[in-house]
Design a binder for this molecule. Structure first.
Ligand code: CTP
Ligand code: MG
Length: 553
């Protein structure tokens, strides 16, 4: 029996909270786990983009035979790669070896007509597979997980780790984007590019931010950038032939207005024609205008901007920092998770510290170690060659792009030490007078009175944490000091002494002021250590009470 593939044109419900406790285990290949990516950022982006263009997204019926499914699709050409995942229903991502296969599949599908509803005929790469007769076979497809682990599961794996270093690496492994999730992110951008290309045929929709800078965690938003530079270049390139094409262009008073107009029409297109894009909001008066929407099938919350090359460049810089030393990402993921666990960060914009600011703080801290773990941006600039030269809107964005030209650090400090020192460093940082600056890797006088000042590495007159209030900064400082204290006590403990008690990172993640004693189900009998442990716990809870009281909470 032949399945019928239809062009998908009917959105269903919004994917709001995808977090679930248990996930079926799938073959999760991690992107950066064992190997440090040595590819240039642009090379990696181009490869992934080309891969995404050969890929289709298929909404599948609940029961499906994987074998028949693949056999049917391979009539259109060889399949390079595929995986299934769940996002309220079952989806498949299928990557063909050749782009022509996508076209061949599209040619064989038809748009659905459903009673009174009329489909808007848009040739998408997002299909809906309807089987004429439901298969009676049980679905036994392996599911690829797209969600982060629950805190319960995380605490269990952290409790079973061998050391604090092992805990930090475990947290990274559990939360980092998987190969499949990365593919899904590039595919989503590619599907949006199909829509935007209706207006701007040479446009490119590129992911940036945590989806690509190696610091993204499962479930993070998908930042995309509508790159029109190809179109701009086409219209400004002078041809040497006799035939001159004169473009009749429409002029607007400023770059900002151009950005707003472009995003406005793309927002309309997404809302009206793009299958699976729901909750489209045009936020055009923001400092950086954007269109926000939910891509239902992938479950990604998307932010689309344009004229934002600097943000793409800062993603490239972070990609380099993330790749230079394996401790960087483990530390950043831990600090971000710690901040989230204590509500220092939030998914709602406001006076909170952002993940981006926290990443900058970790990078800065690693630049101040002796010997430094990360080079300053200025030194990356001195390593740059002619090809790396880059000026965007008058800002110097030059730095070395080839990772192999940067010397690895000789610093051998453990993650445990670095985490403790991070909290100590920022627990005592003179935020009232100094700013953080990864260009020079040392503290500078603050140019204004913002409570937290982190210099934007490329637009150097901007503060990336301008939004942070004094009280949020104070909360960060208090928690950093408390965490230093907890880790100092932990010097006496460790997994072998703790039995089922929270130790190391788990102790840091428990709510401040809560009884940090009772995570394990039962206390193990370790008589020699127990007295020390009980003593420590009582000191801890006294300290926590004092801490809570002095803060008036
Ligand atoms: N960005 C910036 N200046 C800011 C905020 C953001 O340059 N004040 C750029 C950074 O390149 C950042 C990207 O915009 O990586 C996306 O911003 P955001 O989504 O806030 O941060 P992410 O790094 O993507 O982290 P998250 O996982 O929280 O989304
Ligand atoms: Mg983001």
């Amino acid at each position: 029996q032949r399945p019928v593939l239809r062009l998908l044109s009917c959105p269903g419900t919004v994917a709001e909270d995808l977090r679930r406790d248990e996930q079926p285990s799938g073959s999760v290949e991690t992107g950066f786990e064992d190997k440090i990516p040595k590819k240039r950022f642009s090379e990696m982006q181009n490869e992934r983009r080309e891969q995404a263009q050969r890929t289709v997204l298929i909404h599948c019926p609940e029961k499906i035979s994987e074998k028949k499914f693949l056999k049917y699709l391979s009539q259109h050409g060889p399949i390079n790669n595929h995986f299934f995942y769940e996002s309220f229903s079952l989806y498949a991502v299928v990557e063909f070896c050749q782009k022509e296969s996508v076209r061949s599949l599209q040619n064989e599908t038809h748009a659905p007509s459903k009673g009174m509803e009329v489909a808007i005929p848009f040739r998408s790469r997002f299909f809906n597979l309807k089987l004429k007769n439901q298969t009676s076979e049980r679905s036994c497809v392996q599911m690829s997980n797209q969600l982060p682990p629950s805190s319960k599961k995380l605490f269990e794996v952290l409790r079973d780790a061998e050391s604090v270093d092992d805990q930090l690496n475990t947290l990274l492994k559990e939360f980092q984007l998987t190969e499949e999730n990365t593919k899904l992110r590039y595919l989503t951008c590619s599907l949006i590019e199909d829509i935007a290309a209706a207006y701007f045929p040479d446009c490119v929709v590129r992911p940036f931010g945590s989806s690509v800078n190696t610091f993204g965690k499962l479930g993070c938003d998908l930042d995309m950038f509508l790159d029109l530079s190809e179109t701009r270049n086409l219209s400004t390139n002078k041809t040497s032939g006799n035939f001159l094409m004169e473009f009749q262009v429409k002029n607007v008073p400023s770059e900002r207005i151009a950005t707003q107009k472009i995003l406005s029409v793309i927002g309309e297109c997404l809302d009206n024609f793009s299958p699976g894009c729901v909750g489209v909001q045009k936020i055009l008066n923001a400092r950086c205008p954007l269109v926000r929407f939910s891509h239902q099938a992938s479950g990604f919350q998307c932010d689309l901007t344009t004229n934002n090359r600097i943000a793409l460049t800062s993603s490239e810089l972070l990609y380099i920092y993330g790749a230079l030393d394996s401790r960087v990402r483990a530390l950043v993921f831990t600090v971000r998770y710690w901040a989230r666990a204590h509500s220092l960060t939030s998914s709602i914009p406001g006076a909170w510290i952002t993940n981006f600011s926290l990443t900058m703080m970790v990078i800065f801290f690693l630049q101040t170690r002796s010997p430094p773990i990360l080079p300053t941006l200025d030194s990356l600039q001195t390593l740059a060659d002619a090809e790396d030269k880059c000026i965007i809107e008058g800002n110097n964005c030059t730095f070395v792009r080839d990772l192999n030209r940067i010397k690895p650090s000789e610093n051998t400090e453990t993650l445990e030490l670095l985490l403790k020192e991070f909290f100590e460093y920022f627990g005592n940082f003179a935020f009232n007078k100094n700013s953080i600056n990864i260009r020079q890797g040392r503290e500078q006088n603050k140019p204004d009175s913002s409570p937290l000042y982190i210099q934007n590495p490329f637009e150097t007159s901007l503060n990336i944490s301008k939004n942070v209030s004094q009280s949020q900064l104070q909360k960060f400082v208090d928690l950093a000091q408390e965490s230093t204290w907890i880790l100092q006590q932990e010097d006496l403990g460790g997994p072998s002494m703790s039995g089922n008690q929270p130790w190391g990172l788990v102790a840091l993640l428990l709510p401040s002021g809560a009884n940090r004693k009772s995570l394990g189900k039962k206390k193990s009998r370790k008589p020699a250590n127990e007295k020390v442990k009980v003593l420590l716990e009582s000191i801890k809870s006294n300290r926590t009470e004092n801490f809570t009281n002095t803060n008036g909470k």
